[in-house]
Design a protein. Sequence first.
Length: 373
Amino acid sequence: MKFEPKLSFDFLQVEVIDKGICGRCGGCVSFCTADRIGALEIGKDGFPGYSNKEACLECGLCYLICPQTINLNDDVKAKFQWNAPIGHVKDVFSLRATDKKIHEAATDGGVVTALLIDMLNRGLIDGAVVSKRTGLFNRESVVATTPQELLEAAGSFFAEAPHLEEVGSGYSSCVPLVKTIREYSKKRLSKLAVVGTPCQINAVRKMQVLNILPSDIIEFTVGLFCMQCFSMERLIDSHFMEAHNIDLKNVKKMNVKEDFYLHMDTGEVVHIPLEEVESIARPACLACLDFSNDFADISVGGLGSPEGYTTVLVRTITGKKRIADTMYSGAVEHLSGSNIQKLTSEKERILSLVGKFAEKKVRRGTANLEMLK
Ligand SMILES: Cc1cc2nc3c(=O)[nH]c(=O)nc-3n(C[C@H](O)[C@H](O)[C@H](O)COP(=O)(O)OP(=O)(O)OC[C@H]3O[C@@H](n4cnc5c(N)ncnc54)[C@H](O)[C@@H]3O)c2cc1C
Ligand code: SF4
Ligand code: SF4
Ligand code: SF4
């Protein structure tokens, strides 16, 4: 009889962590059924590891929900009618928030913040897991339960979030969102929206496929487009900013669209080609295959839209209803002057552009994964 080893964290260690493709999302630790008896913990370097190997039940859940493993990929793809290169798309829009306060605080059109506030006001959600800014390079994962808290969390964060007080000398993942969901579920809020990068939404969808609590409280997912995020260690050590003649102190805002954009205090906008940003990207990101957040209810990014607007890909029926409600309420508006004729060709143009970036990311990720074999 063939010996079938039981899945456990040991496999994650070998296949993901040792290979350098762990995104430090914390999903495995947070949802470890043995967590309560202490099998896993996040180490000082931000990577997961055993805290008590004896307590491990070899249930394999940590392995299955990891965004870097493939076992559940087909189930998730089937559930969301996935097709190449960017998954199932019901509709495409270029939108912006009509509230000026939101627009000013946001990265692109402020659609994410306007939509979440609208959903909160209608009682469709009790809160949203977002990433709150605590400085240009500091961000923490929080559950926002008021419009003001959502407004305070507007804008994007492209570097890993240094939570030194939590993880010693290391840095945690982009934002430890999965951990926040779990902690919040204890408070028994029943309906949450989640904003996340593709790896984060992927972990959530895998948990939902497996019906692991508390993924049942996630009512709505907003997926950010994502080519890569970078690590603070590399940003500082690699002299990346010096090479581009940029003083970090003078950076007011960052954005990623076709290129990496740095908005300086002086009003100047510095463009850096995305290929150059790869030198400071996290290794896990260079082995990642999802650009357009293929399994979210709606996916959003700046790519494809003019400055100040958000590109919105509607993927599910729930996504379609929520965007329609928010448009109807007047909280978001279309690109001015658009007509049906123009919109059709605009939609095709946006889809084709997002498709090109998605294919580029798959090529890069596949090549890097091949090298790790
Ligand atoms: C790491 C990262 C990489 C990205 N890469 C691209 C790209 O390559 N191309 C592209 O077109 N767009 C990219 N985006 C998306 C883009 O920056 C905007 O977030 C998106 O267009 C929505 O804009 P908005 O003005 O509608 O959102 P806003 O109204 O500003 O709301 C943004 C929401 O995202 C949350 N958030 C911010 N940072 C994070 C984070 N690190 N993790 C989880 N949630 C977060 C905020 O709390 C807020 O709720 C990226 C975003 C991130 C965070
Ligand atoms: S108990 Fe299950 S989830 Fe926890 S470490 Fe062991 S295999 Fe992973
Ligand atoms: S990517 Fe996330 S789930 Fe996978 S091993 Fe790393 S921390 Fe755990
Ligand atoms: S590229 Fe984006 S989605 Fe992929 S691992 Fe990095 S942060 Fe996550």
